[in-house]
Design a protein around this ligand. Sequence first.
Ligand SMILES: *Cc1c(COP(=O)(O)O)cnc(C)c1O
Length: 386
Amino acid sequence: MIPYGRQDISQDDIDAVIRVLHSEWLTQGPKVPEFEKAVANYCGAKHAVAVNSATSGLHIACMALDVGHGDVVWTSPNTFVASANCARYCGARVDFVDINPNTFNLCPVKLAEKLEEAKKSDRLPKVVIPVHLCGQSCDMAAIHALAKEYGFRIIEDASHAIGGRYQNQPVGSCRFSDITVFSFHPVKIITTAEGGMTITNDAELAARMARLRTHGIIKDLTQMHNPPVGPWYYEQLELGYNYRMTDLQAALGLSQLNRLDYYVSERNKIAKRYDELLSDFPVKRPHLIPAAYSSWHLYPIRVQLDHIKASHREVFEAMHKADIGVNLHYMPVHLQPYYRELGFEVGMFPAAESYGQDAISLPMYPNLNQDQQDHVVSVLKEALSQ
Ligand SMILES: *Cc1c(COP(=O)(O)O)cnc(C)c1O
């Protein structure tokens, strides 16, 4: 079986986790801040707050930006549901901005048009969450310019994109955003099993997210509302959660981080090879904007259904029959039953809907060897000509 994605765990990773098991701390020890510092340094950003998933990270990022009832948050319909759900957790309304059919990312031109409309009816978003699909950064300079013009904040959902770059800066530098969120789920670029991290250059946002991940509790005397009455004293200032990462996870993440650049360069090699091997297939390959160096979490192709006899589903089934675990990233979020109940319908975001009808993510992970890749390509060729 060749899956669409797979983690890589080395003996160093295993040793790092075992060392923590022998230590005094299983959670909230020295490894979490060490991992936070290492990721912040890697990104060239000031602050990082480790959490137990990117979903938690997106939630506390929205909370830190004061997203609440009466607010509107916009994201891409071509993403995992978590990019939209985080706003719903805060009681905000969600809306979507359609994608560019070639990059598959939230389209800045459509964003500008939608903002102009929203301004007329006084329904501008408080936060926009661009998603760096497959590891390619959205056009952040354009989105940031619109944020200045229309006054919204930006959370980058970079769950796919650690190790990627935009305008020669690491994704996560937050040069064009308020907060960036990474995922360390096993199919992503590096893993902590479950885990995530929020990155920001704003000290206040970082402090707010740090307390929201642990029940809204602070131990810092300078922030307390009342004088401490004893050494046991702490204060809960607002309603937070237990979204903490463990030291076991942070040790795994630190060890994986050593191989991040290697992983991303392997993924780039595999993508380049797919580009070559598929060049005369009836498929559209992912298009990169010149400013982006992708981390290639995914390699999706768009099957040109009007050039072949088989249906989208038949191509999928032929690949699965050959034990190749292709997948679709993503079914449009606005067409999920939960979002349809909130009023979204077929036809609202046609570019994302059409992507959902012809896209296939091919296997993509650093240990995919050339023989396996050749096999995927030959099975695909067969599947497209059935
Ligand atoms: C994986 C993913 C998430 C959620 O990540 P978890 O760490 O599993 O919570 C959010 N957004 C996108 C785009 C993702 O791919």
